[in-house]
Design a binder for this molecule. Structure first.
Ligand code: HEC
Length: 147
């Protein structure tokens, strides 16, 4: 009997951990449904995101920043990239450093990506997420899923 109780307790802990309840849960996260990929591309260029990023299959102006190694966005992935990951990566770049070589992504242990809270609107980020989502492609074999 004790063993059964232990197993039930253990399963509950695993279940709760899997559900990610609490403040950092992403379960209630939703972007407004009217994101627009065309506006998103314009905002992407206006905010000079292309200085550091390429987007799979998209022609973007040449980067004006010198010496930056582009971090690719879009392209093949093993599993769907969540809106919450993209939104958070833009609003708070350091929350989870993408799985690229450190010298490419960080300076003194911090993300090279500048914070945008003072410069961007929710509208712009929503549109950019829509734009980026249109260029990810779920494939069996892909670069590692780090989301
Ligand atoms: C100065 C360079 C730089 C600029 C400008 C920049 N980024 Fe980044 N970005 C990075 C680096 C470096 C990373 C990887 C490190 C990290 O995750 O913070 C990154 C990560 C990301 C990621 C997560 C990528 C992944 O595969 O998990 C997204 C999404 C992103 N950037 C979007 C944007 C958008 C949108 C803009 C414009 C508003 C922008 N970035 C501007 C350097 C930049």
């Amino acid at each position: 009997m004790r063993c059964v109780q232990f197993v039930i307790a253990l399963l509950s802990v695993i279940w709760l951990a899997g559900c990610q309840t609490g403040r950092r849960s992403t379960s209630g996260f939703r972007l407004p449904p009217d994101g627009n990929a065309e506006r998103g591309k314009l905002a992407f260029v206006a905010h000079k995101c292309h200085d550091c990023h390429t987007v799979a299959g998209v022609d973007l102006p040449k980067s004006e920043a010198e010496g930056t190694i582009p971090i690719p966005l879009g392209g093949p992935v093993a599993a769907a990239v969540s809106d919450s990951h993209l939104f958070t990566s833009i609003a708070y770049p350091a929350y989870k450093l993408a799985n690229f070589p450190k010298e490419q992504t960080t300076v003194n242990g911090r993300s090279r990506m500048p914070p945008c809270a003072e410069r961007m609107t929710i509208r712009e980020i929503t549109d950019i997420v829509e734009f980026l989502q249109a260029h990810y492609e779920i494939r069996e074999v892909a670069r590692p899923a780090y989301y």
